[in-house]
Design a protein around this ligand. Structure first.
Ligand SMILES: Cc1cc2nc3c(=O)[nH]c(=O)nc-3n(C[C@H](O)[C@H](O)[C@H](O)COP(=O)(O)O)c2cc1C
Length: 348
């Protein structure tokens, strides 16, 4: 069934198809019996899938990566599709429209995507309000889906003031998300990835760690990294995570490398231009980073694995390398709405 829907969706511009399909799902989910049916079809219920990670109980280990529901508008629909967690954002203090369209491209023969969205989002205030509404209604709707808040900086904020943008988002979302992810690894905001260097990263994280500690109940604070870091940079990140007692690492974001693409897509990607590559060609780089981080942190810091997860085997591979949870994104586009249940079956 999804095969046919996918063929139709793949005829459309990729970003448009994203909203068309999610809005259709939203219409279906607005009819309660249909929503229950969708939930019954797609939500795995086996109790053995529950995971407690950094103090939070996840109904299953399969989450949806950041950037899919940037504005927290499809939470009810994503909950019906069975996700254990959804990372909203990347949220920036002020709304921004992102890069010029088109900015999302499919490479079907590589089961990949290239995007240069550029943190398009409705901004902190609007997204926090949506999450407040969601929190009011969600509590009486069965097992809870965990919400992560992925935070970033506005394009116009210089790197030396970035800490202030991260802190604004941290404060603004504190009461409405379950955990935070500091995103310094998107390739589509100029200079952002420079914030992964140790001193710059420490300056941002320290502010958030102190802020978190000053609260009656701290929220788990995680860092999301790129798959393109050198071994030295990974060592720095492991050391900093230990020193600041971060609760986890999301590994990884999209890659700027095109080396894993097949020959034909290499030339297509030249025409597409800049952007982050996700999906199958990212898998092995992201696998390697998960293994390396697990080794460097001696398994003491939980890892959420993201990058090229399409099947139960892919997810198990990441878990065997030391991840505690997994996230899908490109795999969801190619495999369809049954992806959570299929992966969970394999994990069981
Ligand atoms: C269109 C698109 C937008 C994304 N936006 C964000 C974002 O705003 N923040 C973020 O941290 N990651 C973002 N990502 C990265 C994903 O969360 C994920 O880490 C990455 O795509 C690798 O996983 P995958 O191979 O399963 O897609 C985005 C990915 C895609 C394809």
């Amino acid at each position: 069934m999804y095969g046919l829907i996918k063929k139709l969706l793949f005829l459309m511009d990729a970003e448009r198809a994203h909203y068309v399909s999610m809005n259709l799902l939203r219409t279906a989910c607005s009819i309660a019996p249909l929503r229950w049916l969708i939930s019954a079809l797609f939500t795995p219920t086996d109790a053995s899938l529950k995971r407690t990670v950094f103090g939070l109980e996840f109904r299953n280990p399969v989450g949806l990566g950041a950037g899919f529901d940037k504005n927290a508008i499809y939470l009810r629909e994503l909950q019906a599709l069975g996700f254990g967690s959804v990372e909203i954002g990347t949220v920036t203090p002020l709304p921004q429209s992102g890069n010029e369209k088109p900015r999302l491209f499919r490479l079907p023969s590589d089961q990949a995507l290239i995007n240069r969205m550029g943190f398009n989002n409705d901004g902190l205030e609007a997204i926090a309000e949506r999450l407040r509404q969601w929190k009011k209604t969600e509590s009486n709707r069965g097992p809870r889906m965990i919400i992560g808040g992925n935070i970033g900086k506005n394009k116009t904020t210089p790197n030396e003031d970035a800490w202030s943008d991260y802190e604004k988002c941290f404060n603004g979302l504190f009461d409405v998300v379950d955990y935070f992810v500091v995103n310094v690894s998107s390739p589509n905001t100029p200079g952002l990835r420079e914030l992964q260097d140790k001193a710059a990263l420490k300056a941002i994280l320290q502010v958030l760690v102190e802020n978190n500690k000053s609260r009656p109940q701290a929220k788990p604070l995680l860092l999301k990294i790129a798959p393109d870091l050198s071994e030295g940079q990974l060592e720095d990140i492991a050391e900093l995570s230990r020193e600041l007692q971060l609760d986890g690492i999301v590994s990884s974001n999209t890659t700027v490398s095109r080396s894993a693409l097949n020959v034909q897509n290499k030339s297509i990607s030249d025409r597409i231009g800049a952007g982050g590559l996700s999906g199958q060609p990212l898998k092995s780089a992201s696998d390697a980073v998960v293994s390396k981080l697990h080794e460097l942190t001696q398994g003491n810091i939980p890892i959420i694995a993201s990058g090229g997860i399409f099947t139960g085997e892919d997810a198990k591979d990441k878990l065997n390398r030391g991840a505690s949870l997994v996230q899908v994104w490109t795999g969801f586009i190619y495999e369809g709405p049954g992806i959570v249940k299929t992966i969970c079956k394999k994990i069981i």
